[in-house]
Design a protein around this ligand. Sequence first.
Ligand SMILES: [Zn+2]
Length: 303
Amino acid sequence: MKTFVIACLWCVTLLTVPQSQAALQIVTTTEDLAAIAKAVGGDHIKVHSLTPGSRDPHFAQAKPSMIRKVYGADLLLLIGADMEIGWLPPLLRSGRNSQVLPGNPGYLDLSTTVTLLGKPTGPVTRDMGDVHTQGNPHYWLDPKNGLLMAQAITERLVALDPDHSNAYQRNLASFQQRLTDKMKEWQATLTPLKGDKVIAYHTSLIYLATAFGFQIVDEVEPKPGIAPTAAHLNRLIKRIEDDQIKLLIMESYYEQRSAKFLQDKTGIRIGVIPQSVGAMPGIGDYIQLFDTIATTLKQAGTF
Ligand SMILES: [Zn+2]
């Protein structure tokens, strides 16, 4: 039955993909990658994200529309470091496009372009939760990594489409300039957070913490991907009180009951931040993402 469904999806795919495409067709696993690609590719590329920024990127369900996008792509950009391990490999098998398979010019894993943090030091076992063995994949939340990702995407666009090399290089220079200027502004806004101890929901904020100089000392999840238990929340209450932790930062797609419970018991403030472009209305590009994060943390931290 499963084979039959995939075969049918495949027929639909063949019938609906246009054969001649002038602009480079780019498919990304997240909206952050799509936004950075758009910033450097401009009008010479067409970009489609496979997942919306409002959803948890660890999970996605393969749909015929996603298979069609993979089939028609010249280039696939992914976060890598096992972020999409649960859903991208089967999608690539159904997409039947060798150009965008690992090792080919149409496959770019951006995790290879940055320094990953949080690599587990000892052996990884199942009871450690959803630990990413290659390191923490939430690296786009450090804007310095955005500079490196833009650079790597530009190099690949130039290799695939050398005719527009000048345009890509120009767009890259202007994106990097805007981002570098903005980084100074965000640093200034978030200076009061420097050195502060903060609680996160999931182990997703170490890059943001590194970028802006605060410390994540604990998480609402007892282990990555594992729902909080009463015992863990009680332990956190004690930790928040002992260490006088004032701020809990979490992504908008997690349940907020546990955070509200901690707030009721300790008075800790909660900052619900967008984790991706498209996570909330008005966040259409990578710079607006950090604009919103900086404003949200400023309001939540009341500084
Ligand atoms: Zn994660």
